[in-house]
Design a binder for this molecule. Sequence first.
Ligand SMILES: [Fe+2]
Ligand SMILES: [Fe+2]
Length: 331
Amino acid sequence: MPIKNVRLEVMHFLEQNIDGFINQYLIPVEKIWQPTDFLPNSQEDTFLEDVRELRELAKELPYDFWVVLVGDTITEEALPTYESWLMEVEGIDNVDGESRNGWSKWIRHWTGEENRHGDLLNKYLYLSGRVNMKEVERTTQYLINDGFDIGTGRDPYKNFIYTSFQELATFVSHNGIAELAKKSGNEKLTRICKRIAGDEMRHHHAYSEFVSRIFEVDPSEMMLAFSYMMKQKIVMPAHFLRESGQKISSAFEQFSNSAQRIGVYTTSDYIDIMQKLIEKWKIDKVSNLTDEAERARDYLMKLPARMAKISERLIIPPEPYIFKWVVPATK
Ligand SMILES: [Fe+2]
Ligand SMILES: [Fe+2]
């Protein structure tokens, strides 16, 4: 008798509600915002004046801010990597014909929404005059060439843990950038980053709902997948980041130090996200667990406090690393 593939069965079970998920968590094309809604309109006579104003306001923001905005943009621009990765996940079938299932529809629609993020940020950066776009473009191409390895394999459970975490992490980062832009009086950039953050939150709700549903039908395996992903730590999608002419080395770390220095995505944000997921999925109350899954639950429940203790020892260098992407302002 063939061994039953429970994950495939669970994915098939969830797939029956794909249109419901799309209606609930994604927004139809005609209703959702588009990048041009937040950028100077090149068909208007006021275009050049609007661009001048955008550039003036951009002068107010500090070095680390631009590094983080560039890193966030490149992360969004590497979307082809994420789409192709997700299409390979077990239970998601994008082959033509009858076997092309509802999950691939979800992935395409999610990609369609995500694609607007890189589009908008890229155009904003180009107009801002604060960054070396050619270097940004080169890093983006490198990142797509290099791909990523997020340690999930093709396992849908691990991938949904990853996306639940990652969408919330990008919310935190875009929202943090928005807050800093607001403090410097840059309303337009604030609105840009807030709107993107809003999308990320919706996506987070979707992926974490998929996980909630899996907890209902396959609790032990879902628990093991969650603890596996937390044990090996969530690797950020841009962890292979590199500058032109360089090998993959410390660029991601330098970018993440910039984010820590300006407080938009820190180790304590990482721990908060973990804690939020533990609460959202009511990890303390999940029942019908195997002994192994019980141990995984214990591990998860103690992890945030343990990580908080370790993170106290973390030291962030006070000065920014100078990237080719951002030329320091000479005032
Ligand atoms: Fe995004
Ligand atoms: Fe996202």
